[in-house]
Write a protein that binds this ligand. Structure first.
Ligand code: IMP
Length: 215
């Protein structure tokens, strides 16, 4: 495993919600993260069929273009009653039919209706985040985090982003959409457990492996 000694890192994402959360998680380590969107990097097509494949496409493209290590996040919501859909296609489920962007209220409703159509009492699901750290020479490493819980309806809360308002993490009575960023991460550098959100859990693994704890 390579340690990350350079303090400039590219966050290989054009998703403002993810970039904000990664910045929250990386800032205490003294890293300055620039996003692919800020640098006007092209958004590569996500042609993979696994979170790992798509994370690799994004991180390698940014590392090779900028000459700096790049950290990507490929994530999604897996619903047990739907055989783990939408999974890697979570962002696609939010694409509007007229191609004019994404609508997450529509996407959440689609998930809810698909579960209802199964006539099951199983509301279980989980968020996955796979971080890929890529170096310009092509070296890559992966860090995966998952958070399990229930998919609820109607949506609750307007914090966070994406599908947060319909996800109730196990053992909690607030959805991710009702939590502050700190509550959703549930993790700070040096903390013994790995926090709450899938992204914080993947990040905790990344930090333990690649970041010096004495920063
Ligand atoms: P991708 O990783 O760019 O393919 O997109 C992942 C999709 O999953 C995004 O559209 C998000 O809406 C959704 N997603 C990923 N992480 C979260 C999260 O922490 N909260 C809510 N939605 C998320």
């Amino acid at each position: 495993m390579r340690k990350l000694e350079i303090h400039d890192i590219i966050v290989a994402s054009h998703n403002a919600g993810k970039v904000r959360e990664i910045n929250d998680l990386i800032a205490p380590y003294g890293f300055s993260a620039k996003s692919a969107a800020e640098l006007n990097l092209e958004e590569p097509e996500e042609t993979g069929t696994t979170f790992e494949e798509n994370a690799t496409i994004k991180a390698l493209a940014a590392a090779k273009t900028t000459g700096l290590p790049a950290l990507s996040d490929d994530s999604g919501l897996c619903v047990k009653a739907l055989d783990d859909a939408p999974g890697v296609y979570t962002a696609d489920w939010a694409e509007k039919e007229d191609g004019s962007g994404r609508d997450f209220l529509m996407a959440m409703e689609k998930v809810h209706k698909a579960i209802e159509a199964k006539e099951t009492s199983d509301k279980g699901g989980y968020f996955v985040a796979v971080l890929c750290l890529a170096w310009p020479d092509g070296h890559v490493e992966y860090f995966r985090g998952e958070t399990h819980g229930d998919i609820i309806w109607p949506p609750r809360g307007d914090a966070g982003f994406g599908y947060d308002p319909i996800f109730l993490p196990e053992g909690h009575d607030k959805t991710f959409g009702e939590m502050t960023a700190e509550e959703k991460h549930g993790w700070k550098p040096g903390q013994k457990d790995d926090g709450l959100s899938h992204r914080a859990r993947a990040f905790a693994l990344f930090a333990r492996t690649c970041l010096s704890q004495d920063r």
